[in-house]
Design a protein around this ligand. Structure first.
Ligand SMILES: Cc1cc2nc3c(=O)[nH]c(=O)nc-3n(C[C@H](O)[C@H](O)[C@H](O)COP(=O)(O)O)c2cc1C
Length: 312
C-alpha cells in the first residue's frame, strides 16, 4: 500500500507537508497546483509553492513532493512540466479535477473532463517533454455532470503514457457530498492497466480498508481526512490511535510560529481556519476554539489564543 497526501489548494502548503510527513506514513505528497496559462513560468513561482525543490524535492522527513500543474494548453503544460523537473520535482502531476469556478471559466480543471481528446493531448505532450525516469501522474474526478466519460477519460490518460492515475470517486457535480463511489474505481481498473490511486472520503482506518476493498486498489490518497486527523496515515498503517488533542495543539502552535518567523502574514490566518474546519470534525476541542478563532485575522492573535488554550 502506498499513501499519498492529496493536493489541497489553500491549506496543504510546505509547512503542512513538513508536519504531516514528520508524523509519517506518507509515500508521496502532491503540491497545490501551479496555474499554467500561456507562458513558461519563472523558477520562483515553483519554489514559492514548493520550497522543497531547494532541498532535493523532498520534505525534511524524506518524503518526495511532486509539483502539480493545472491548465489546458498542452504546449505550455509541457514546457512548465519540463521546468518543474529541471528544478528538482521528482515527477509532475496534472490536475483534471479542480471544481473552482474561476478555473473552469478559463477552462483547465474539471471542465476538461468533458474533453477526452484534450486530456489525451495534454498527458501526451507532458509525457514527451519530461525525461522517462520521472513519473507523470494525473488526477481526475469521475466526470463533470455525470460518469458517462469516466472510462474513456481514464483510458485516454493511460494511453497517453501517464505513470499512474488518482481518481477522486465523485463527479464535479457531486462536489464533496458523501458518498464517494469507490466501486467505480474497480470498474475503471478492469480496463486501465496503469496503477490507480483511490481518493475520496477516507477519514479513518475502517474507511480506508473499505475503500481498498471496493475500489480494488491498494494505493490511496488522503485529503481532508489527513487534516482532520494529523496522524491518519499512521492510524491506517499501524492502527495508531488518533493524535491526542494536546499534540494537535502543539502542531497548530508550531504552524503559527513557523509563519510568524518569516512566511506571509495574512495567508496563514486563512489557512489555519481552513485546517480548523476539518479538525473540528474529529476534535470537540477544535470545535470550541474555532468559534473564537474565526474572527481573528492576524497570525499573532491566533498564536496567542492557542497559547492561552494550552495553559488552560
Ligand atoms: C480545500 C481543498 C483544496 C483542494 N485543492 C486541490 C488541488 O489544488 N489540486 C487537486 O488536484 N485537488 C485538490 N483538491 C481535491 C483533493 O485533492 C481531494 O481530491 C478531495 O478533497 C477528495 O479527497 P478527500 O475526501 O480525502 O478530501 C482540493 C480539495 C479541497 C477540499
Amino acid at each position: 500500500m502506498k499513501i499519498v497526501l492529496a493536493p489541497m489548494e489553500g491549506v496543504v502548503d510546505h509547512l503542512m507537508r513538513e508536519m504531516l510527513t514528520q508524523i509519517g506514513g506518507y509515500d508521496l505528497c502532491i503540491t497545490e497546483f501551479v496555474r499554467v496559462v500561456d507562458q513558461k513560468l519563472p523558477a520562483r513561482v515553483f519554489t514559492r509553492l514548493c520550497p522543497e525543490l531547494l532541498q532535493g524535492g523532498k520534505t525534511r522527513a524524506g518524503t518526495p513532493v511532486r509539483v502539480q500543474l493545472l491548465g489546458q494548453e498542452p504546449h505550455w503544460l509541457a514546457e512548465n512540466a519540463a521546468r518543474a523537473v529541471e528544478l528538482g520535482s521528482p515527477g509532475v502531476d496534472l490536475n483534471f479535477g479542480c471544481p473552482a469556478k474561476a478555473v473552469n471559466k478559463s477552462r483547465g480543471g474539471a471542465v476538461l473532463l468533458k474533453e477526452t481528446e484534450t486530456l489525451y493531448r495534454i498527458v501526451k505532450a507532458v509525457r514527451d517533454a519530461v525525461p522517462a525516469q520521472f513519473p507523470v501522474s494525473a488526477k481526475i474526478r469521475l466526470g463533470y455532470d455525470d460518469t458517462s466519460l469516466a472510462l474513456d477519460n481514464a483510458k485516454a490518460i493511460a494511453e497517453a503514457g501517464a505513470s499512474s492515475l488518482a481518481i477522486h470517486a465523485r463527479t464535479k457535480s457531486d462536489g464533496y457530498r458523501p458518498p464517494a463511489y469507490w466501486p467505480w474505481i474497480a470498474k475503471i481498473k478492469q480496463q486501465v492497466k496503469i496503477p490507480l490511486v483511490a481518493n475520496g472520503e477516507i477519514w479513518n482506518a475502517e474507511q480506508a480498508l473499505l475503500c481498498q476493498q471496493q475500489s480494488q486498489c491498494q494505493d490511496i490518497m488522503l485529503g481532508r481526512g489527513a487534516l482532520a486527523m494529523p496522524n491518519l496515515a499512521r492510524h491506517i498503517r499501524d492502527q495508531a490511535a488518533p493524535l491526542p488533542w494536546p499534540e494537535v495543539l502543539a502542531l497548530l502552535m508550531h504552524y503559527s510560529e513557523f509563519e510568524i518567523a518569516g512566511d506571509k502574514g495574512k495567508y496563514y490566518a486563512n489557512r489555519v481556519k481552513q485546517w480548523f474546519s476539518y479538525l473540528k470534525l474529529q476534535y470537540p476541542e477544535a470545535q470550541q476554539l474555532f468559534s473564537q478563532l474565526r474572527l481573528l485575522t492576524k497570525s499573532r492573535d491566533i498564536l496567542q489564543l492557542l497559547e492561552q488554550q494550552r495553559s488552560d
